[in-house]
Write a protein that binds this ligand. Structure first.
Ligand code: PLP
Length: 358
């Protein structure tokens, strides 16, 4: 089976480090737990970085930081994984679904403008499949309207806009280290910010409410990543740029072979450097996406949908009945293809071409 993704991890390299951690008994709050956020800070260029257990808890923490609750609206990209809106719903606030571009798959400025109301407390931009296209326009709009910009960058480690890395653009940026991501810790997440006030509150909220002197100045949470997971993060981060270069080359190869067959690649703006967390294509109109996925599975190739139209999922459709057409089109007509070291792009594309011919 050609899998969708394999983690970029090397057990031989990790074994001595794991042994050291286990033998030390410091399974949490050890050396790697301190080093990993420092490395993230240096890599992204953000002033502060904090670890969490997942992107979901990073996003929840970010919303709690803003005191988001009942009566508040958060404008959120409609083409994403349901965690993006679940965290809003969980706090009793209202997710307002912004439709996305059929080219970049990201929320459009027009859709944000159309959904702005007096209740809007923040905007949650999602880097669809790692793509930060359009982020700067949304950031500028948020600044003009005094709105906080939270970036769901679960998929976007290693992406940038111009020379500025994701993590150093929005007010609060949330990453995921789930195994489908380019950098994985098994589970894990992070928040980066350049806002010193947010950083101060995060430092005690993420430490059970205790400040640097150990005084419990507030109530707080434990969203800590275990030491072994932090060690995984430290080992991969120095390689992330090389991983992205390799994925971008594979994505280009896919595009060269599939675009003549009518498949359309996700587009990135000129300024944008997309990490190609997922290589996703819109299928031609005469190709059934579900039929193609099934055919590829029979041929030993794993594939999946692009991602979800949040407003069309059962819960949100029943509650808000506000399905966004472009996001729905993308949910139905996009496919994610295998991408990692040594995947035979030629072989996958041959199988895709033979589906059409069959
Ligand atoms: C855009 C987006 N946001 C949030 C999440 C949730 O990430 P985690 O599993 O780290 O909570 C995902 C996971 O796939 C995602 O793709």
């Amino acid at each position: 089976m050609i899998q969708l993704i394999k983690p970029y991890l090397d057990y031989q390299e990790l074994e001595p480090q794991f042994a050291k951690i286990i033998n030390s008994g410091m399974l949490t709050k050890g050396e790697y737990s301190k080093r990993f956020p420092e490395m993230l800070k240096n890599y992204t260029g953000a002033a502060s970085a904090f670890l969490t257990t997942s992107a979901t808890t990073a996003l929840t923490m970010s919303l709690k930081l803003l005191d988001v609750g009942p009566g508040d609206e958060i404008i959120v990209s409609d083409f994403s994984f349901p965690a993006s809106s679940n965290v809003i719903e969980d706090l009793g606030a209202t997710p307002v679904f912004a439709d996305v571009s059929l080219d970049t798959y990201n929320m459009t400025l027009d859709s944000v403008k159309a959904n702005l109301s007096e209740k809007t407390k923040a905007v949650m931009f999602v880097d669809a499949l790692g793509n930060p296209s359009g982020l700067l326009d949304i950031a500028e709009f948020c600044k003009e309207h005094n709105l906080v910009l939270i970036e769901d960058a679960a998929c976007a480690i290693g992406s940038r806009v111009g020379e500025t890395k994701v993590g150093n653009i929005a007010d609060l940026t949330c990453f995921s280290f789930h195994p489908r991501k380019l950098l994985t810790c098994g589970e894990g997440g992070a928040i980066t910010t350049n806002n010193p006030k947010y950083a101060e509150v995060l430092s005690y909220k993420l430490n059970h409410g205790a400040n640097a002197d150990g005084e419990f100045v507030s109530f707080g949470y434990n969203y800590r990543m275990p030491e072994l997971a932090c060690c995984l993060g430290c080992s991969q981060l120095p390689r992330i740029d090389d991983i992205v270069v390799q994925r971008r080359a594979q994505a280009r190869q896919y595009a060269e072979l599939l675009e003549p067959l009518g498949y359309i690649a996700q587009r990135a703006d000129d300024l944008t450097y997309h990490n190609m967390q997922s290589v996703v294509f819109m299928v031609p109109e005469d190709v059934s996406r579900d039929g193609l996925c099934k055919w590829l599975a029979e041929q030993g190739v794993e594939s999946t949908i692009g991602t979800y139209c949040l407003s069309a999922t059962a819960y949100y459709k029943a509650k808000y009945n506000n399905v966004q057409p472009n996001a729905l089109y993308l949910q139905r007509n996009t496919i994610t293809l295998p991408c990692y070291e040594n995947v035979s792009v030629d072989e996958v594309c041959e199988k895709i071409a033979s589906y059409r011919a069959s």
